[in-house]
Design a protein around this ligand. Structure first.
Ligand SMILES: [Zn+2]
Length: 73
């Protein structure tokens, strides 16, 4: 799979995203607060992304709709 332009792969969950903005939106939770070792920052699951109406396009990239993805009848 070629990763070019604004496309990216999440190093945490391994999913591929067609846009950096989509990648950003699948990262949820909070960063560690001062004095904490770690926050609860993490990835949405495939089920959570699907529930939001996100889909993987024909080549396996997560898209949030628009011109990249047309709903199937
Ligand atoms: Zn991820």
């Amino acid at each position: 799979m070629n990763i070019t332009g604004s496309r990216c792969q999440c190093t945490a969950c391994g999913e591929h995203f067609n846009r950096v903005s989509t990648f950003d939106r699948h990262r949820i939770g909070n960063y560690a607060a001062p004095g904490e070792w770690s926050g609860n920052r993490g990835c949405m699951t495939v089920e959570e992304m699907t529930a939001k109406g996100w889909r993987t396009n024909a080549t396996g990239w997560w898209v949030t709709g628009g011109s990249f993805w047309k709903p199937q009848p």
